[in-house]
Design a protein around this ligand. Structure first.
Ligand code: ADP
Ligand code: TRP
Length: 320
């Protein structure tokens, strides 16, 4: 950690699914670039308590948490530069969420998009899901985040964190919390799945980020092609992730109509792109103590900073 003067960046990721190339090109790659840009002091954590609302299986929680940490290291997060930790390793987070609950009204939380969507679908909503924005506000405010990189769907949650910081400061006549800004990740084109719909774990149409070469081949060859257009659009859209349009122009002209060949070329290009990431992931998987080590260091650092903030919070509310 070189400087404490840089603005703080905070981002959390839920460990709730096998990662696919849609996640990577759509979000993870930009998050890592931003965290490693040297412009910020980055805190990145696995939002396991948030995930608990939808994932209630101990073995799965443990496995996915580690897989997510390995994935971020494999795609380039440097634990020397980034504080990487588990949300649940920071007790201040749930403590602060409770304090925020006390100053937050139900109607305010009922206006959250995530809550309204679940309501509209007549879903049974857990108290944890209802309170989700308060836990997220605690995640953000504990570290004095200036920027919070998120997808557009999470913008409202960052605004809730900002409102909550303002409200707390006003009620307790203090400046304890800094007001965070959302940083909306650039809207990268939606990556299509093998069936042409948006690539998504819930559609079973994914190309896993860590597929073996054989598996990758099988998935690429299964991409649905439509002969009505000039070129196989789904193949082309995926190809655009790893090659420039001018390179592709030549390639798709040369092999016009030969979909099998174009898929083979896409496969080789994807494999070349993903192979180093996969190799790094496999290397990390062989070295579990390294992951423990990274998480232990992240926990220590995150705890130290969050505890100092909690001292100020407790003093401000008169609970010491
Ligand atoms: P899934 O749709 O597989 O459940 P998530 O909702 O967990 O994926 O997505 C996590 C992040 O990955 C989101 O921020 C989203 O922006 C990005 N993402 C997921 N699928 C795609 C896709 N097909 N194209 C672009 N980005 C995606
Ligand atoms: N709610 C976020 C999501 O679903 C994850 C998250 C939890 C988060 N806490 C956060 C993101 C704090 C940014 C900052 O993607």
């Amino acid at each position: 950690m070189t400087s404490t003067k840089l603005a703080t960046l905070v981002s959390g990721i839920k460990p709730t699914g096998d990662l696919h190339i849609g996640n990577y090109f759509g979000a993870m790659r930009q998050q890592v670039e931003l965290a490693q840009s040297g412009k910020y002091r980055p805190f990145i954590f696995v939002a396991d308590y948030h995930a608990l609302n939808s994932m209630q299986d101990a073995e799965e929680m443990r496995r996915r948490t580690r897989e997510l940490v390995m994935a971020y290291l494999a795609i380039g997060l440097d634990p020397e530069e980034v504080v990487l930790f588990k949300q649940s390793d920071v007790p201040a987070c749930t403590e602060l969420a409770w304090i925020f609950d006390a100053i937050t009204t139900m109607p305010y939380l009922m206006r959250a998009h995530a809550y309204k969507d679940a309501e509209a679908k007549n879903k049974e909503i857990s108290v944890g899901t209802f309170n989700y924005p308060m836990l997220m506000a605690a995640d953000i405010l504990l570290y004095d985040a200036a920027v919070v990189p998120v997808g557009a769907d999470q913008k409202q949650h960052v605004e809730y964190a900002r409102d909550t910081a303002e409200k707390f400061n006003r009620i307790f006549k203090t400046e304890v919390f800094k007001l965070p800004e959302p940083y909306i990740l650039p809207d990268v084109a939606v990556v299509p799945g093998t069936d042409g719909r948006k690539m998504s774990k819930s559609y079973g149409n994914v190309i896993p980020l860590f597929a073996t070469r054989d598996e990758l081949h099988k998935r690429v060859m299964s991409i649905v092609t439509d002969s009505s257009g000039d070129r196989p659009e789904n193949v082309y859209a995926m190809h655009k992730l790893v090659r420039t349009e001018s390179e592709l122009g030549k390639m798709y002209d040369e092999h016009h109509g030969n979909y099998k060949m174009l898929k083979e070329l896409l496969f080789e290009d994807l494999d070349r792109y993903l192979a180093p990431i996969r190799a790094k992931y496999e290397e990390l998987a062989q070295n579990p103590s390294l992951i423990d080590d990274v998480l232990r260091r992240g926990k220590q650092e995150a705890r130290t900073i969050s505890e100092a903030k909690m001292e100020q919070v407790r003093a401000a509310i008169g609970i010491t």
